[in-house]
Design a protein around this ligand. Structure first.
Ligand code: NI
Length: 180
């Protein structure tokens, strides 16, 4: 169990396009994913991208394991998203419909902002064993995938905001809730 340090906005690696994974089911890849899982759990993240722990590879994890029935305290109203390891993802938007929603990021601690995201999404990729993944998703699941995959292209959610007046400190915007 290794909880890694999450890089914060300002770190050049977070602005770098990550490289594709070329070998699956290796001890290095399994160790990376284990560290990402431990780090995400410790920080109650809804997702985590490898560049956030300093590894510039196209690997993201997101969602909650089946036996975890708790609500994520960072996103108490969110629909449950199945725990997923997604490598070398490819996203294609379905339709042009977008929806605004509150986002935070472990690399931008203490802040929240409203971010428009595509509502419907088809994505493909691989798990850590090289098995293909293909899904069509909507809503919060689609939002999380877009947020995490943006990290692989060096994009953080404030760069996707269209109204910066909604950008602020979590405890100021949501004074009655304790969102980590
Ligand atoms: Ni993030």
């Amino acid at each position: 169990m290794t909880i890694r340090t999450v890089l914060r906005m300002g770190e050049p690696l977070l602005l770098t396009v990550a490289k594709a994974v070329t070998e699956f089911d290796t001890p290095e890849l399994h160790a990376l994913i284990q560290d990402m899982e431990d780090t995400m759990a410790d920080m109650h993240g809804a997702g985590l991208a490898a560049p956030q722990i300093g590894v510039s590879l196209r690997v993201v994890i997101f969602g909650q394991k089946e036996n975890d029935n708790t609500h994520n305290p960072r996103y108490p109203d969110a629909d449950k998203v199945p725990y997923t390891v997604l490598i070398n993802p490819k996203l294609s938007v379905i339709g042009q419909a977008q929806e605004e929603g509150w986002e935070g990021c472990l690399s931008v601690p203490g802040l929240r902002g409203l971010v428009p995201r595509y509502l419907h999404l088809h994505y493909t990729g691989f798990d850590q064993y090289g098995h293909p993944i293909e899904r069509t998703v909507s809503g919060f699941h689609a939002r999380v995938v877009q947020h995490e995959c943006d990290h692989l292209d060096g994009l953080l959610y404030p760069m996707k905001m269209t109204d910066l007046t909604t950008f602020g400190y979590t405890d100021v915007i949501f004074p009655d809730q304790t969102l980590p």
